[in-house]
Design a protein around this ligand. Structure first.
Ligand code: ADP
Ligand code: MG
Length: 237
């Protein structure tokens, strides 16, 4: 396997083509961004932690029957993945109220949500990732109704698996975002990453924030918190 050209440089990762047209390399950088790229900082070790964390989580999901992009880990910060035709719709499940939900609806942060909620957002930084519904996604051709149904059921399955995994390690999975893509055979596959950059995790007892909200809110100890999450789960760093 040979690394070829840079295909796309996103806010946190760079995507490279390889000599295999069906495989890409995801390079996890130290760049940490918030507010649609308005606040950006380099956080030492973050790329390595997120790469290893993502591989650990996707392994667990694969074992639970969720098809993921992972092919193999190439280095501390690089992973070989299946090339997917990404669906530009982000799937969000919330178990507790936080973030934009609190701001939009004026509800209290930390309130447990029963049932867990499911939301769709258009992946578009210029428009600040606006919330959309299924009919928008179908009407504008971003995803088919069948794909959306699968994405929703897979996202809830991921929630079931990970809620338990984090609970066993003394953490609450508050919410998370997933990105799916279409594989060469037309199936829906989990792509992108699952890391503290794209979810909220709180300590179960103290509710200390252990995710990117530490960066957004200038709380400090961002990488230390990501490391603590990885250590609690037993991810080898
Ligand atoms: N398996 C994959 N195949 C193709 N593209 C992918 C895959 N996984 C993630 N991507 C895309 O690669 C980019 C990853 O870089 P990232 O820094 O997260 O970008 P962004 O700033 O767009 O969120 C994203 O646009 C994501 O949708
Ligand atoms: Mg991203």
């Amino acid at each position: 396997m040979e690394k070829r050209t840079e295909l796309y440089r996103g806010k946190a990762k760079t995507v490279y083509t390889t000599d295999d047209p069906e495989r890409l390399i995801l390079h996890f950088r130290n760049d940490t961004s918030a507010f649609d790229g308005e606040k950006v900082e380099q956080l030492d070790r973050k790329g390595m932690i997120n790469n290893k964390f993502n591989n650990f989580i996707m392994d667990k999901l694969e074992a639970a029957g969720v098809a993921t992009q992972i092919d193999k880990v190439l280095s501390d910060t690089e992973t070989l993945v299946k090339r997917l035709d990404m669906i530009p719709v982000e799937c969000v499940v919330r178990n507790y109220a936080a973030g934009s939900l609190v701001r939009r609806l004026g509800v209290e942060e930390g309130q447990e949500l029963s049932p867990a909620t499911f939301e769709l957002f258009l992946k578009n930084d210029a428009l600040h990732d606006p919330m959309i519904n299924e009919t928008h996604a179908v009407a504008f051709g971003w995803a088919t109704a069948e794909q959306l149904a699968q994405m929703k059921s897979l996202t809830f399955k991921v929630n079931d698996v990970l809620k338990q995994l984090f609970d066993d390690a003394g953490m609450l999975l508050v919410d998370f975002k997933l990105e799916f893509g279409v594989a060469a055979d037309g199936s829906i596959v989990l792509g992108d990453e699952f890391s503290p950059d794209g979810c909220r995790l709180w300590d179960k007892e103290t509710r200390k924030k252990l995710d990117k909200d530490r960066f957004r809110q200038g709380l400090g100890g961002v990488v230390e918190a990501y490391e603590e999450v990885a250590n609690r789960l037993g991810v080898a760093l």
